[in-house]
Design a binder for this molecule. Structure first.
Ligand SMILES: [Zn+2]
Length: 132
C-alpha cells in the first residue's frame, strides 16, 4: 500500500511525520508541513482497525439495508463519534462483507459495484490523501 500525504492547508508534499495522537477509537498520524509550517493530522488508514468491530459490522448492516454511504458515515459520526470517510466504509464492505449473511452480502456488494466509478472519482479528488 502506497500512501501519499499532502499538506491539508497548501497541499505541499513537503511534510514530515511527527508521531501520533491516540484516543479511544482513532489512531491518527500527525504531520508537519515544512512549506506553510502547520500541523495537521491524517487518518492513518484502515489497516490499524481504528474503528471498533461493532461499528464496522453495524455500518455493513446499514449499508446492505440500503442506507447510503454518506448516511452510514453521518450515523457513525453523530452517534458514536467515529470519524471515517465514505471511502473507509467502502473498504469495510470490500473487506468484511463476508461477515454478513449471504443475502445481505450480495446486496452490499451489488450496491458497491454501482458505486465504484463514483467512488474512484471521490478518492482522486481527496487531495491530501490517496490510497492505492
Ligand atoms: Zn502546507
Amino acid at each position: 500500500m502506497i500512501r501519499t500525504v499532502n499538506c491539508d492547508f497548501c497541499w505541499s508534499k513537503h511534510v514530515v511525520r511527527k508521531g501520533f495522537r491516540k484516543n479511544m477509537v482513532v489512531i491518527k498520524q500527525k504531520y508537519f508541513c515544512n512549506d506553510c509550517e502547520k500541523w495537521f493530522v491524517v487518518d492513518d488508514g484502515f489497516k490499524r482497525m481504528r474503528s471498533k468491530p461493532e461499528h464496522i459490522v453495524r455500518a455493513l448492516h446499514e449499508y446492505s439495508d440500503g442506507v447510503s454511504l454518506k448516511k452510514v458515515r453521518d450515523h457513525l459520526s453523530q452517534h458514536d463519534n467515529v470519524k471515517v470517510t465514505k471511502w473507509a466504509i467502502r473498504q469495510w464492505v470490500v473487506r468484511y462483507s463476508k461477515l454478513l449473511k449471504k443475502t445481505k452480502r450480495d446486496s452490499a456488494l451489488q450496491r458497491l459495484k454501482g458505486l465504484s466509478t463514483t467512488m474512484k472519482n471521490i478518492s482522486v479528488s481527496k487531495k491530501h490523501i490517496s490510497v492505492t
